[in-house]
Write a protein that binds this ligand. Structure first.
Ligand code: ZN
Length: 218
């Protein structure tokens, strides 16, 4: 099977953070909808309902068990969405077995450069991890910085997430992409009905003539 044929959703919230459904409800619904791969990406944040250092292990164990239970029907991955506006230090995350780590709000914040440096440091420390930006929004950066940011993204192999819930696909920074950029696609589902809706990302790739095979495999 090539990547373009896989029905997947790599940005999904459960009731471990601010989603309305349990991981198992989402998995069952995903199976009904013939979704083949789901990556859960619950929030890690001090500003909203989120997983905490205290229940990382419960979150990981719950999803690992479901992964085994439903292994014949669907592929399950475990990710985390880190709110860089409230989490100061995230290096310890590298010691957990996440399949995907998405950083949010990096570029919308006044101190983005500092946060961006931390993401670079994290990625150098844990080079084997899939690390990227949730609903990547560089809108607040001045034009001159796009090139610099894109160089780092390419150098560190950072993932650009195309998120159906936050469509900003006319941002000029997309013109700085090259054929090395890696993408992830997600619905940002907080409820069952949203699960599997990755149309935003897929149509963006198609409009730009970018192969869907450039979506990462977890
Ligand atoms: Zn999210």
């Amino acid at each position: 099977m090539t990547s373009s044929e896989i029905r997947r959703d790599f940005h999904v919230h459960t009731n471990f953070s601010d989603g309305y459904s349990s991981p198992e409800e989402l998995i069952k619904f995903g199976i009904e909808k013939n979704i083949e791969q789901i990556c859960f990406t619950d929030h890690y944040s001090f500003f909203k309902p989120a997983i905490t250092d205290e229940n990382f292990n419960l979150y990981l164990d719950t999803i690992q068990n479901l992964k085994k239970k439903y292994s014949k029907k669907i592929q399950i991955f475990i990710g985390i969405e880190v709110d860089t506006s409230s989490i100061e230090d995230f290096d310890h995350l590298g010691h957990y077995p996440w399949d995907l780590i998405l950083f949010e709000y990096v570029f919308g914040l006044p101190n983005w450069y500092e946060i961006f440096s931390k993401v670079k440091r994290f990625t150098s420390k844990f080079p084997s991890k899939n690390v990227g930006f949730a609903h990547t929004r560089f809108s607040r950066l001045t034009h001159a910085k796009f090139e610099e940011v894109m160089n780092v993204i390419q150098q560190y192999g950072l993932i650009i997430e195309l998120n159906t819930g936050y469509q900003n696909y006319l941002d000029p920074w997309f013109n700085y992409m090259d054929d090395q950029n890696k993408f992830s696609v997600g619905s940002d589902a907080h409820s069952l009905e949203q699960l599997g809706n990755i149309n935003g990302g897929i149509s963006f790739l198609k409009r730009r003539n970018i192969s869907i095979d450039r979506i990462i495999e977890l």
